[in-house]
Design a protein around this ligand. Sequence first.
Ligand code: ZN
Ligand code: ZN
Length: 410
Amino acid sequence: MTTFQHNLEKYAALVAKTGINVQPGDTVVLQIAVDQAELARDITAACYDLGAAEVIIKWQDDMIDRLHMQHKAHARLVNVPDFQKQEYDYWLANNAKRISVMSSNPDNLKGLDGDRVAAVQKANGQAMLKVRQATQANKNSWTVIAAASPAWAQKVFPDMDEQAATAKLWTEIFKTTRVDQEDPILAWEQHGQKLQAKAAELNAAQYKALHYTAPGTDLTIGLPENHIWMGGPSRSSDGRPFMANMPTEEVFSAADANNVDGYITSTKPLSYAGNTLNNLQFTFENGKVIKATAEEGNAVLQKLLQTDAGVKRLGEVALVPDPSPISQSKITFYNTLFDENASNHLALGSAYAFSIEGGTDMSEEALEAAGLNRSQAHVDFMVGSSQMNIDGLTHDGQIVPIFRNGDWAD
Ligand code: ZN
Ligand code: ZN
C-alpha cells in the first residue's frame, strides 16, 4: 500500500467515526464525485466496519453537471422529478446520516447562463427543503469534507502541472484534517475541546452585539437573545456527537436578522454556484442589505440576492483567528469549506436553528420571530484579516475586546 492509499484509508475512517459517528443500523448517504471512487470505496468500507445498515452513494461529475446546465431542456432542468423527491423522503424516513465530499472545480459553471444556474439552484433548494431543514436542525449527523480533484487543484496551484497540483492539494487536505497525525481521531478530540471552550466563554458573556472594524469595514451585528455559540463537535437529536465540517476552526452563532448596521468588505474570494466572486462590499440597514457590489462576479452576486427575502439578511456569524493553520498556509482554496475556516466569516441567508436555546424545537415562524433568519440560501463569505478588531457590546453598555489584529484578544 502506498502512503497516499494509507492516508486515504485513515481519512475514510476519520470521516466515518469523527465526521458522522456511524452507529450500528445507520443509513448513510455519501455524495461524492466519480473521480473520487477510491475514497468512496474506503468510506463505504469504513461505514460498514462501524455497523452501517446501508450506504447509499450519490455520484456526481463536474463535466456532466456542466452539460446538463448547457443543454438540458429548461422544463426538465428546473422541475425536480417525483422519484428524486421520493428518494429525499426515503433519507428522511431512515434518518440518513449524510457525508458530502466537495471536490468540484470552483469555476465549473463559469460563463454559463446565470438565469439557468440560479433557476436550478432554486429548484433543488425547494426539493431539498426538508432534508436541509433536518440537517440545519442537526436531526441527524452530517459532515462536509473535501477531496482533491485535478481541476480544483490547478485552480489553487496554477503554476504546477496537474499531477503535482493534485498531490499538493491532497497534502494540504491531509494536513488541515489532521490525517497526517498518528492518531487523527484523538487529535480531533483535543481540537474539538479547544473550540468548545471558546464557545463556552462567549455563551457565558451573552453579548448584545459585535462591532467589527477593519479597512473597508465598520459593522455592528446584533445577536439574538439566548443565542448559542458552537465550535468543534455538534450533537444530533439522538445525542450523538459529530463533526459537521472537516476541517473546522470556527466558533459560530446566529446574527439577529433585524439588527445589522454598517458596511463590510470581503477579504477572500468566494466560490459560489460554479463562479468566483471577489471583493464583495455590503451595506446593511436594520439587518437588510441595501447595497451590494462585487468587483468580480457581480452579476452572480445580484442573482443570488434575488433568491428570496431572507438572502438579504445575515444568518451566521463566525469567528476564526487569523493565525489558524489554514490561514497561515496562505493558500486560497477557492472552496468555502477551507477558506471560511481561514477567516472570520458571515453568511447571508438561513441561520442554524441550534444557534438559539430551544431552537431545534421551534417552528420556522418562531425562529423568525426570535431573529433567526430564514432563507433557502446559506452563503458564507470571508471578512477576516490580521487587521480586524472585534468588540463585544454588553447589555449594560460595556465594550469588551474579543479580537485584536485578527486573533482572540485574550
Ligand atoms: Zn461558518
Ligand atoms: Zn456557514
